[in-house]
Ligand binder design. Sequence first.
Ligand code: DGY
Length: 376
Amino acid sequence: MKRSILIENDQGGYTVPTKGLYPYQWNWDSVFVALGFATFDQDRAWREIEMLFEGQWHDGMVPHILFRKDDPSYFPGPSVWGTSGGQIPSSGHSQPPVAATVIRDLVEADTSGKSENRAAALFPNLMAWHRWFLAYRDPEGEGLLAVIHPWESGRDNLPDWDDALRAVEVKDIGPYERKDTSHVDPAMRPHKEDYDRYLSIMAACRKVGWDPAEVARTCPFFVADPGVTFIFLRACRDLLVLAERLGKDTDADEIRGWITRLERGLADQQTLTALCGHFDRISDKVRYLMPSYDPDHESYEPLRRRRRHFLLDGSHMVDLGIADTCETSSLGSRRTQEMGAIQLNKVEKWFGELQVIKGIDLDIQEGEFVIFVGPS
Ligand code: DGY
């Protein structure tokens, strides 16, 4: 565990993913970072998540970036997003909702009972965030969540977005200067055509004042994402365990309804059987399972679309990323080529059988980081 990286990137209660490239508080990075802090400082772990929820919008959304101070080394900053949804300047969309899962883990790992009080204080915020996802990312009630921006998926560079992104008209963006390519090799970052579209999506949402219903109705990018959906399903199951533990019976009933809706919207047995075929083929090719994208696929770009692996060794599932900036990054590389729909189904199959993420090990070897997930 590279405590020194967490401590160095600590901004006084929240942690930046990487100094320079990512100088603010990022949503799911923070929640994962809390697992790292929990291995040596429970209080600090809770603080990380509590500070994230300080930025929750009035409508329930928890933004993907909180701009707690102005840092000109990052683009697009607060003025480009133009939001006003919460107390802290922020981006305008969310990121995969892993907080309920990690909060459950923190509560169950703490026998003192203190964590339960902190979880109880955050419980209404978690409910509000989950309701927001269902209302505005699944407005038709199909049991499948959409993302309105590749960055909302947390799997920013996934080739799965390419077609939908190409369909976004580039407009209302004006000239702009990127900062990311001055921090890292441009070969590892998205192309300008992608950035033009990232900004065009933001411009369209700005036009409707980031009103979530209007965004869901008019956003030029509104793409079903099995990744976020499965993560959300997992989070709902963990939120249900918390609700039961905290005696929130009405909320627990509501969550059970969400779970039924999501399970209905997700993969059937025939799809899972086909996915197992892919799994077997891919497993012969890689050192760790499951790679985030099919190495045989023509869109596979290991540099720009970096890889994340899930390793199941019988007792542990390990999420393993290949990091470019891990010497300074809180979580290793954030820009991994992430799981595609196919792999996600498989991962969720395992994940459903496992209980919670047990810890995080930033044992940096060949640029890798590892998150351990324990069996149930
Ligand atoms: C980026 O790459 O700058 C995005 O904000 C990712 O979240």
